[in-house]
Every structure is written in C-alpha cells, then in structure tokens.
Write a protein that binds this ligand. Structure first.
Ligand SMILES: Cc1cc2nc3c(=O)[nH]c(=O)nc-3n(C[C@H](O)[C@H](O)[C@H](O)COP(=O)(O)O)c2cc1C
Length: 196
C-alpha cells in the first residue's frame, strides 16, 4: 500500500501535534503543584506580615471566608490558638487613592484593636503617596494597637484626627485611614459571623 504525499504530511502534522500536546501536558502537571505551593507560601508570608506566627496555631491560608458589604468584598482569614479566635486578617480595598485602588491587609484582634496594617498593592505617586509602604516610611505602623474605642481619632490631622498626612499629599493617607476605619467597623458588626 502506498501513502500519498498529502496523507503523509497530514500524518506528520498529527504526530507532531500529539507530541507537543503531550509535552505541554507533562510540563503543566509537573509544575502545577509547585505553582500552587509557591502561591500558598507567598500568601502566608503576606499574612504573617500582619500577625506573628507565634500568635496562632491553625492553617491560616485555608481558614478563610468571603463576605460582602455593599460594593466591598472582603476575604477574611481567621487566626485561632488552641481553638479560640485570636484575630481576623481582612483584605480590603481603599478606592479613594490618588491613582486608584489601594489593596490592604488588615489584622484586627478579637478585642477590636488593630494588630497591623500593610499595603499589598497601589499605584500612588513615587515620592508622594508611596510613603504608605513600610520600606519607604514607618507611617503604616501608626495603626498598630489602635483601639476601636478611639475611632473618632482615626482620621488624618487635617480632618481632626491623629494620623500624619504627607507633605503635599493628603489624599493617599486619608483614603487608607478611612478604609481601615470602615473595615474595623465592619469587623465589629460581623465578628460573630466571622468566628461562628
Ligand atoms: C503629579 C501629581 C501626583 C500626585 N500624587 C499624589 C499622591 O500619590 N497622593 C496624594 O495624596 N497626593 C498626590 N498629589 C497631590 C494631590 O493632588 C493633592 O494636592 C494633595 O493630596 C492634597 O494634599 P495637601 O492638601 O496636603 O496639599 C499629586 C499631585 C500631582 C500634581
């Protein structure tokens, strides 16, 4: 039996495609667990930037719930120690930044005090709004151990509160202070739902 040239070419293309698909599939299955593990480690590292790993003993990355309040979607990671709730680590977005959204990670202790806040992503102006980054200044540490009872002081100084604004840049710190305040109020109102 003789195979015509077009059939031979089609067979070659088919075989080639089969080998390529097989190789891609092999690479995908070989790396997908590693990618998932890297993502889990990166997330854990972020979470541990707002809560000391000695304060909880549960699997923080997987102990999470999603909650919605109006337009705002919150992912809440729950820290427990010996089965008791310790803190909620809440992802939140300040939408009033100078250059758009500022993603935040906010750890709130069950007592209602802020454990720590960090900025995950932002596009604020270098040299002005980026003072919110810990590697640029200690400003973000001003939230540490703030109590919910003192909520009326949670504003930049220009708005009558306790937080420094930056020279020539009030919009960015105002956006963050307001968002941390809103998230803390949300936590206060939903604490039972979060830790049920
Ligand atoms: C190019 C440019 C970039 C700016 N970037 C920021 C910023 O990232 N964050 C911020 O709060 N203000 C920024 N500002 C300043 C704001 O327009 C605004 O004047 C300021 O936040 C108000 O603060 P002030 O009342 O302390 O001057 C920028 C202004 C210009 C012209």
């Amino acid at each position: 039996m003789t195979i015509s040239l077009p059939t031979l070419a089609a067979l070659r293309i088919g075989l080639f495609s089969f080998i390529i698909v097989g190789l891609v599939s092999l690479v995908y299955h070989g790396t997908k667990d590693k990618i998932a593990d890297n993502e889990r480690r990166a997330l854990l590292q972020s979470l541990q930037s707002v809560i000391d790993k000695r304060l909880y003993d549960n699997d923080l990355v997987h102990d999470k719930i999603q909650l919605q309040s109006g337009e705002q979607a919150y992912t809440v990671y729950r820290a427990h120690q010996a089965g008791k709730p310790i803190a909620a680590i809440i992802t939140s977005t300040a939408t009033q930044g100078y250059n758009g959204d500022i993603d935040l990670l906010i750890a709130i202790n069950v007592s209602g005090t802020i454990n720590a806040v960090r900025v995950l992503n932002h596009r604020e102006t270098p040299g002005l709004g980026d003072t919110i980054e810990l590697k640029k200044s200690n400003w973000i540490l001003s939230f540490n151990q703030l109590a919910i009872e003192d909520l009326e002081q949670w504003a930049v100084k220009r708005d009558g509160g306790n937080f420094d604004q930056f020279t020539g840049a009030t919009i960015t710190p105002r956006a963050i202070v307001n968002e941390v305040k809103n998230t803390t109020l949300f936590f206060q109102q939903h604490q039972h739902e979060i830790f049920q």
